[in-house]
Design a protein around this ligand. Sequence first.
Ligand SMILES: [Zn+2]
Length: 309
Amino acid sequence: MKSILFRFLSAALIGAAALTASPAQAAKVRVVTTLTDLADFARELGGDHVDVFSLATGVEDTHGVPMKPSFVPVMNRADLMVSVGFGCEHAFLPALLEASKNPRIQPGHPGYVDCSPGIAPLAVPTSTDHSEGDVHPYGNPHYMLDPVLAKTALRHIYEALVAFAPQYQADFTRNRDAYLAKLDAKIAQWQAEAKPLKGLQFIPYHEEWEYFAERFGMKVFGTIELKPGIDPTPRHIEQVITGMKAEHVSFVVREPQFPEKVPRLIAQKTGATLLKLPIMPGGVPHTDTYIEMMDFIIHTMVAAEAKRG
Ligand SMILES: [Zn+2]
């Protein structure tokens, strides 16, 4: 394991040394984000003044974006490193930060942007024993699926951009205000459109949808996973099926990073509708932006409910 990591890091550092910034790009703020939703926000806020790179493409597990050697030179040159926080990226971000050898973006430095401050996490574990592999050690980090809470991330990225490049503050502010106006209008539209979903229950694979459900008045009926990061046992699947039948759960939600087999089986046995829904932009086709992703999620659920009658 160590030697693989060493070789990975060596290759990455040689790549970093070979790169030189071109003068045309020098004026741009170089932003790296862990996930695609944060990248979309950074692009909206930064406009022409930013160069944004997301480590994830949208289909990955938010807790396990595969580390590529090519990430290291990009992070080596980054001005800002934007993350979800609450330990969401703890399986890959700390190692990449260390490999990047970039002092600006290390935790505690101004270039390290944690988007979670200001958000009260749901489902904070009462036990500090993480020996069972729980990937939510500081509570549920998936607040970005609530478009109201997602505005907190927008604020953190805006503040970091202004702090790094105050000369562009007027543009960043104008971009922020324009995007917030667009997002707020969409939120009102999603709330209205999601009215038929109120009170409905669904079961996702991963504990990913609590903030979303709270925002739109839905209920999460447990998870297919035994607990965050732990695959289901046959006994758990049986219990889920029995419980879902009794509770008339409407949907089984399969996130793109998980295999379809078990969700499909559960849907077949319970009569619930199986829905493949993205958890960040790019997770399924035609969800390149945050707004397109939320549109897709709401439209898909509402259409499925209308079909169920
Ligand atoms: Zn999670």
